[in-house]
Write a protein that binds this ligand. Structure first.
Ligand SMILES: [Zn+2]
Length: 1053
């Protein structure tokens, strides 16, 4: 007889939830969860070896193992413990599925017959390893090794982003074998789905109510049948096999494991995280033939290849079947704001080349779910590599404004468009629960335009990616009336489906994808930012000089250092990972990062010396020369090595005519003004300045001036007036001086190193305590300079040299800060006299504008933005630019320009940025536009000083006429010169249109070029049609550029 009763929603739902609860405190004697493993038995033996570090399996076998037991603790943080696990399964379990249950509350890797087979982590999902699906008599004995790492998936801190606790220990709370009751397991999963539908389809949804009553009936059936699951399973099957109509939304579920290449753990641990997660994935793939796993970051593949060759062979096989799927095409998932344009190119070049070489495979989509904003130049760079699809979701983290789209065209600053998808589940580590599947459908911003979305499932960061439970749930939800259809698939299947039916419906978002959060990442870990910029330029200089040296072949034995440059690039690209360069990692990561940067510094300086030596014959008088690696002529002050005077043949004549052209600087070194041709070299011959610099005393301060610029500086080191010579217009505000350091309270809501909140702006305090007032230390004619120092607090101080060089249009500020603050943010501000609603910022291969006002919430949210080498505020015919050599944070509020200098976060690195910090910035007032005034070129000059070297004079190189490469317009920047990857007799030149306009430029070379063609990012030839913009005649190539267009040429010799 039926007992139909009126149901109360809350009590019914809660009854069903409690019936499957994993809470130990709630009715664990009746919960289905605790019946999944009804029989358990101890291990035969457990022994332990405390390893000296992250050792190999073969090394671990040689260890001395001592008895261990459940309940023991192991540590400290980051240490490794190996366990030999011997198992004798009871005979009575024959025919049953048997698991090892292991919970060390840390990460661990199971080794079986010398193969890494599965990762474990101390969370409820990941404590079981399947010993057998169906026990046979001869399979009762097992021996496993377990490699326990003393960290969790989020490192070894006491809170999510807290610094690691070096004393942390981990307790082995469970180590036993158990029978899994698969009926209980399946029923448990059915309950999860049906209860999920009951809860999340909502009270007014008919199907949701059906789900609630179905779950309740299932509980009744189990209870009424004395714990038998069969009738309940029949009910759930009947419910879950009711199908949707044709128009139902389709969710493409893609397996994924987002492994941060370093973050709350060092790089070395990431290698093991990959092994743990990917071995688990391969094991699961054997059971689930439709399961596809998307896996990014060539660097992680290369690590696994080196450290786990057996595992890598298995992975390679699955890549060939299309199931273990490389995605992204990048070396690592890099930061999306700060790498240079060329660094972005190399991420794709070396990433895609790796996948091509290893698997004969090129990724079809750019994959960057988790970085803190996306440069407006990324669409064009992606398309250089044939990538016209993009996946992320991070913009869903916006604090202020909800981004309106999930499936749309993203258009870059040059007009390139890529098909972009943000999985509307707003997550890249989903667990395949009903709630997430429903959110994916309901949160889609482009409903009606595209009835399909992507769904990335799998624990990240050592959670081992997708689990059996996730796959089972997704398979059960394939087509259940009321929920979206679920298809296990690949990103390619998803994008192809959108391309097949929805493209004409999609909206376009133009410009950068600015993340309204984590804006402190442009500033945190200043040393990392400093080295990033320097290394980008060091590698640029080496590639330029080595390219010229290899083509000139003065020294026939010289070879382009391809392998070493690739090694150095990989180190730099690695450090551009989206938690390293942004400054959001623990201290241990920055120890590695700085080591890699110093390696790049040392090796690139050696390579530069070798390239210079290769330009020199072995005979003749040795002379000092300067090299200009930029594509325009330069005339700059250089510092000669200590004790050295100019020795070029022109010295005596030059001295006789202009006795003051050599100056001793305040450090006792000789400085001279030299000129150098575009992309070429010249002997050090002191030039007579056209615009000599001078420093003079004035009432209340000093005047630094040359023929181009004049700055009045008070004794406090503040600029009170700033002029372009010949203009009476003061570039600075009449009421507020420039070069004023300001300090803010910087207490974000949670993400300490990541964030700066808009309310910090309300806490501005000027740094106005002078330690030493400004004094003149150099008075010209080549350099005029002042020195000044201030006190920030009892612990922190600033020293600065303010200088103006002959013939230079900017005033330079070389700065040293002793920084020992907590939760403070240091900036330097320049209140200008310029009125403009938008400021312009340098980005990769171009620039873009952002508002200086707060009209809308979208404008207000951009209170702190990313900028590269320069930022400019201009009105018609006049403006002010701030240049810098290693900073990335900037803000312009109305007329006030502020360069962000230092933050003082305490998590996840408790000592971030403490100590001595050095950086240089400059202010450049200009008439006309920043383009016509040469701001772009000057910013390169500040970042890329002329290089010096000694070569034998009288050589053909020195008498070589003019520039090796020259472009006839400043509108086009020759950014990169490198040897072609696959052709020893060819160079690749990368140029971009820098002003934001259309132009025709002529490139000239005096090297013996035989053929010039246009190439793509891979350095492969482009179509005849794409070559139409190029006309070649002898040693010149004339090219038509559209705004911000990047063009690469292949020059064959
Ligand atoms: Zn990440």
């Amino acid at each position: 007889m039926d007992h139909v009763v009126l149901k109360n929603r809350r009590t019914t739902l809660e009854r069903c939830e409690k019936f499957i609860s994993d809470e130990l405190s709630f009715f664990s004697d009746v919960s289905l969860y605790w019946k999944i493993y009804p029989e358990k038995s101890p291990l035969k033996s457990l022994t332990h070896y405390s390893a000296p570090g992250r050792i190999t399996y073969d090394e671990a076998l040689k260890g001395v193992y001592k008895p261990a037991k459940v309940g023991e603790s192991f540590g400290p943080a980051w240490s490794t413990h190996w366990f030999r696990v011997q198992i004798e399964i009871p005979a009575k379990w024959e025919g049953k599925e048997v698991h090892l249950l292991w919970n060390s509350h840390s990460e661990a890797l199971v080794w079986q017959k010398s193969k890494a087979v599965a990762g474990l982590s101390g969370d409820k999902d990941r404590i079981s390893f399947t010993l057998t699906k169906h026990l046979k008599a001869k399979e009762r004995s097992h021996e496993l090794y377990i490699e326990m790492a003393c960290n969790t998936l989020f490192g070894a801190g006491d809170s999510l982003i807290g610094p690691p606790d070096p004393k942390k220990h981990f307790t082995l709370s469970q180590a036993e074998i158990a029978v899994r009751d698969n009926q209980a397991f399946q029923l448990y999963l059915d309950f999860e789905i049906i209860i999920g539908m009951a809860k999340h389809l909502g009270e007014n949804n008919e199907r949701g109510n059906e789900a609630m009553l179905t779950a309740n009936r299932m509980v009744n059936q189990v209870v009424a049948n004395g714990g038998s699951y069969e009738n309940a399973l029949k009910i759930s099957k009947a419910f879950l096999t009711q199908k949707n109509g044709e128009s139902q939304h389709v969710v493409y579920a893609v397996g994924h494991c987002h492994i941060d290449t370093a973050w709350l753990w060092p790089y070395a641990e990431t290698i093991r995280k990959c092994a743990r997660s990917w071995s688990t994935t391969l094991t699961l793939m054997k059971e689930y033939p439709d399961f596809i796993f998307a896996c990014s970051q060539a660097q992680q593949y290369e690590w696994v290849k080196e450290h786990y060759p057996g595992l890598y062979t298995e992975i390679s096989k699955m890549v060939k079947t299309g199931r273990f799927l490389p995605v992204g095409g990048c070396w690592v998932e890099m930061d999306g704001n700060m790498p240079s344009g060329e660094a972005f190119v190399r991420q794709f070049l070396y990433g895609q080349r790796y996948f091509q070489q290893e698997f004969n495979f090129r990724c079809k989509e750019f994959w960057l779910p988790d970085t803190f904003g996306y440069s407006g130049q990324l669409p064009q760079i992606m398309k250089l590599f044939g990538l016209d699809r993009f996946l992320t979701q991070k913009i869903s983290w916006n604090l202020i404004n909800k981004f309106p789209h999930n499936t749309f065209w993203w258009e870059g600053i040059d007009g390139s468009r890529v098909l972009t998808h943000f999985p509307p589940g707003d997550c890249y580590t989903m667990k395949a629960q009903v709630e997430e599947i429903l959110k994916t459908r309901d949160n889609h911003g482009d409903k009606g335009r595209s009835a399909k979305t992507m769904f990335l499932f799998g624990h990240g960061d050592g959670g081992q990616g997708p689990s059996e439970e996730m796959l089972e749930r997704l398979i059960k939800m394939k087509d259940v009336d009321g929920t979206p259809k679920v298809k296990l698939g690949s990103p390619d299947e998803y994008f192809s489906a959108v391309e097949a039916s929805d493209l004409q419906n999609l909206c376009t978002w133009t410009g950068e994808l600015y993340l309204e959060m984590h804006n402190g990442t442009y500033t945190s870990q200043a040393q990392t930012k400093y080295y990033n910029r320097k290394c980008e330029f060091w590698l640029h200089d080496v590639e330029t000089m080595a390219s010229i040296a290899v083509i000139l072949a003065v020294q026939k034995s010289y070879e382009y250092p391809s392998a070493e440059l690739l090694r150095l690039w990989k180190l730099l690209l690695l450090n551009q990972f989206h938690d390293v360069l942004p400054g959001s990692s623990i201290a241990e990561v920055y120890e590695d990062a700085v080591r890699y940067y110093k390696d790049i510094e040392e090796s690139s300086h050696n390579l530069m010396s070798e390239a210079i030596a290769a330009l020199s014959k072995s005979k003749g008088e040795e002379a000092r020369v300067v090299f200009n690696t930029q594509g325009w002529e330069r005339r700059e002050v250089i510092t000669l090595p200590s004790g050295e005077m100019p020795t070029s043949p022109a010295k005596k004549k030059a001295r006789r005519e202009t006795p003051n052209v050599v100056q001793t600087d305040c450090n006792g070194n000789t400085i001279v003004l030299v000129s150098a041709p575009s992309c070429g070299l010249a002997p050090v011959q002191p030039c007579t300045p056209v615009n000599p610099a001078s420093a003079s005393k004035q009432a209340g301060g000093f005047c630094l001036k040359n023929g181009l610029v004049e700055a009045l500086i008070n004794k406090s080191g503040h600029i009170t007036e700033l002029y372009v010579r010949g203009s009476k217009r003061n570039a600075l505000s009449a009421d507020h001086p420039g070069n004023v350091f300001v300090i803010y309270d910087d207490v974000p809501l949670f993400w300490d190193a990541w964030d700066v909140m808009h309310y910090h702006l309300e806490t501005r305090k000027a740094v106005d305590k002078l330690v030493k007032p400004a004094t003149v230390v150099e008075s010209g004619p080549l350099r005029a300079a002042l020195q000044v120092s201030w006190k920030i607090s009892d612990k922190s101080s600033i020293k600065q040299t303010i200088s103006l060089d002959a013939d230079c249009p900017f005033v330079k500020f070389e700065t040293q800060v002793e920084w020992h603050e907590s939760h403070k943010f240091l900036k330097v501000e320049f209140p200008t006299s310029v009125k403009c609603d938008n400021a312009t910022y340098d980005i990769q291969f171009g620039h873009l504008q952002r508002p200086t006002h707060n009209n809308t919430s979208w404008d207000m949210a951009k209170f702190e933005v990313c900028s590269h080498k320069w930022a400019d505020l201009s009105e018609y015919d006049f403006g002010v630019s701030i240049l810098n050599d290693s900073k990335y944070g900037f803000s312009t509020a109305r007329n006030v320009m502020r360069l962000s200098l230092l933050k003082a976060p305490k998590a996840p690195d408790a000592d971030a940025d403490m100590g001595t910090q050095r950086f240089t910035y400059a202010v450049m007032p200009h008439t006309g536009s920043f383009q016509s005034a040469g701001v772009i070129q000057q910013s390169y000059n500040l970042n890329c000083p002329l290089t010096q070297g000694l070569i034998h004079s009288g050589d053909s190189v020195l008498t070589h006429p003019g520039a090796f490469f020259k472009i006839d317009t400043q509108q086009v920047v020759l950014d990169t010169i490198k040897r072609a990857e696959d052709n020893e007799k060819a160079l690749v030149l990368r140029m971009f249109e820098a002003f934001g306009g259309t132009t025709t430029a002529t490139l000239h070379t005096n090297l013996p070029v035989k053929e010039v063609t246009r190439c793509d990012g891979y350095e492969e030839a482009m179509t005849d049609e794409e070559n139409d913009i190029l006309q070649v005649s002898g040693n010149t190539a004339t090219i038509t550029f559209s705004p911000f267009q990047i063009i690469s040429l292949m020059l064959k010799f």
